[in-house]
Design a protein around this ligand. Structure first.
Ligand SMILES: Cc1cc2c(cc1C)[n+](S(=O)(=O)[O-])c1c(=O)[nH]c(=O)nc-1n2C[C@H](O)[C@H](O)[C@H](O)COP(=O)(O)O
Length: 501
């Protein structure tokens, strides 16, 4: 943390503790005292969650949700009251929490990393050991989670048509994405709040991505500050920026131009979230945590029962539209991609607007439930582009439900330039840290090298639509093989407390 400023006033814990109400609310974060009284009604997460820590040390609750420079950036300097002598701050006795104790016991019994043989193994360990809020936030999809499940099942509707007697002694997995070289056709997609799963947050993904020469998309809603994530990159490591467009366009302009200055090589504008989806597992875990029904009694303006997602996204501008695309062209020279395109017509429109790339994505099933899987839209978009001779005018990516290298291969055969992967790297990071993410990436690399040999391809450009049979893709009632692995980790919507014993 920053160096100690000896001129700063030093308060005692008792002095801070006296300011513990909405009439005067002081909190401690990383040994510094902040007067947040006037900020209470503006807090996107509602006043209740701050009042829970009024007069106390809020660092533990603050860290996973807010980049470290949040208070420096957004709280007026007059509200920065100085430091506190931490030896005088009363440490709250932890209330007895049998669930938490059981979770800590399960952590002691975690399988060794070497026993994780596929990305779903990380998910099953994560379900065992992650805090409820973190698991609820990462694992949740919107509404009945039909799209989240279909993202995975859609790949099981596609069958390979392998070629034989092709020299596959040397296999080259490298490719380029938005003009940047990378060792393998997948990237770490943008997922918010990395510190919910790992106290170090997104920089863990940065370090692992460097190890494997994988591109990382930096989320707007990261727990780490943007600069922390960029500072963590090494050498020529490639990073992109994902942006949720702010109602205050000047804030977005500043974020985009800072990212370009700091060397980001692509701007991904998320277009499928004018409002964040209703993710009930997330809502339930936050509901337990801050007792939202109580907050309504004290007139809290923001309904915390929307969970973490809604609480952190009130700044997103729902008025964003095609007419804004030229404005982005004016403020940056980075290649521009639209993340969250979900139909052919918009893919074609993206070409007409001169966009450099699109990600066919439904946000991991976290937005509009029963929106189609990215792989399914891909099978419609590529022929439409080819019919117009536009296939080289735009790069097409997909994300959602990618858990095996065969999923990556199917996307590449259908014409994708690369794929984004979200939850698996979050689960790997939340259970085994950087070495977990590195192993997850290595597993995909090993699988992909083997799959390329078995399909009869020695380099990415050998892959084409003749190597897959995707006739079953568009029908949603085709029986698919039982997804036994996925079912074993799937966490149903109904919260355990609702199960009648
Ligand atoms: C799992 C997850 C996904 C999020 C994500 C957070 C989590 C925990 N968040 S969210 O809080 O707003 O929903 C983002 C985000 O910040 N920005 C974004 O563009 N996509 C966000 N996504 C979507 C992500 O970029 C991919 O589209 C999705 O994760 C791909 O599906 P898989 O997880 O199955 O790989």
């Amino acid at each position: 943390r920053e160096s100690i400023d000896t001129q700063e006033p030093v308060l005692t814990g008792a002095e801070v503790a006296r300011h513990n109400s909405k009439d005067s609310c002081w909190v401690i974060v990383h040994g510094k005292v902040y007067d947040v009284t006037e900020f209470l009604p503006e807090h996107p997460g509602g006043s209740k969650i701050i009042l829970k820590y009024a007069g106390k040390d809020a660092t533990e609750e603050f860290d996973p949700i807010h980049p470290p420079d949040t208070l420096e950036k957004y709280l007026d300097k007059s509200k920065h009251l100085g430091r506190v002598d931490m030896s005088t701050v009363q440490v709250e006795a932890k209330t007895h929490d049998p669930e938490e104790e059981a979770r800590l016991e399960r952590i002691k019994r975690m399988p060794p990393l070497e026993q994780c043989y596929n990305l779903t193994d990380f998910e099953s360990v994560a379900k065992m050991v992650m805090k409820k809020t973190a698991w609820g936030y990462y694992s949740s999809g919107a509404d009945d989670e039909i799209t989240m499940r279909e993202n995975k099942l859609a790949f099981h509707k596609i069958w390979f048509r392998p070629r034989i007697l092709v020299d596959v002694e040397n296999v080259d997995l490298s490719t380029t994405m938005l003009g940047s070289k990378c060792s393998i056709p997948f990237y770490v997609t943008a997922t918010a709040l990395g510190k919910l799963g790992n106290p170090e947050g997104e920089v863990v993904l940065t370090r692992a991505a460097h190890t494997h020469d994988v591109i990382q998309m930096i989320p707007t809603l990261a727990s780490c500050s943007f600069d922390e994530i960029v500072d963590a990159k090494k050498g020529g490591q490639v990073q992109w920026l994902q942006v949720y467009v702010n109602k205050n366009r000047e804030i977005t302009k500043g974020i985009v131009q800072n990212a370009e200055r700091r060397g980001c090589k692509g701007l991904f504008i998320t277009v499928d979230a004018p409002q964040l989806g209703r993710r009930e597992k997330d809502m339930r875990s936050k509901f337990d945590d801050v007792g939202s029904n109580v907050q309504r009694v004290d007139g809290d303006t923001v309904d915390r029962s929307q969970g973490v997602a809604r609480a952190i996204s009130s700044f997103i501008d729902p008025s964003l539209s095609w007419k804004d695309i030229p404005w982005f062209r004016k403020i940056t020279k980075m290649p521009i991609a639209l993340k969250g395109v979900q139909r052919v017509e918009d893919a074609l429109k993206a070409v007409e607007y001169g966009v450099d790339a699109i990600v066919l994505s439904n946000h991991g099933g976290r937005q509009l439930d029963t929106a189609p899987p990215g792989i399914e839209i891909l099978a419609e978009v590529m022929p439409a582009l080819r019919d117009r001779g536009w296939q080289d005018k735009i790069e097409v990516y997909i994300d959602g439900g990618i858990r095996r290298a065969t999923d990556i291969l199917k996307a590449l055969c259908l014409g994708a330039k690369g794929v984004g992967i979200g939850r698996p790297f979050l689960y790997a990071m939340s259970t085994y840290g950087q070495s977990g993410v590195e192993r997850a990436m290595q597993l995909l690399k090993d699988e992909l090298e083997m799959d390329m040999r078995l399909i009869g391809a020695s380099k990415i450009s050998d892959l084409d639509t003749t190597m897959v049979d995707y006739r079953g893709l568009s029908s949603h009632v085709v029986p698919v093989p039982g997804d036994m692995l996925g079912q074993s980790t799937y966490d149903s919507l109904v919260s355990p407390s609702f199960r009648l014993s």
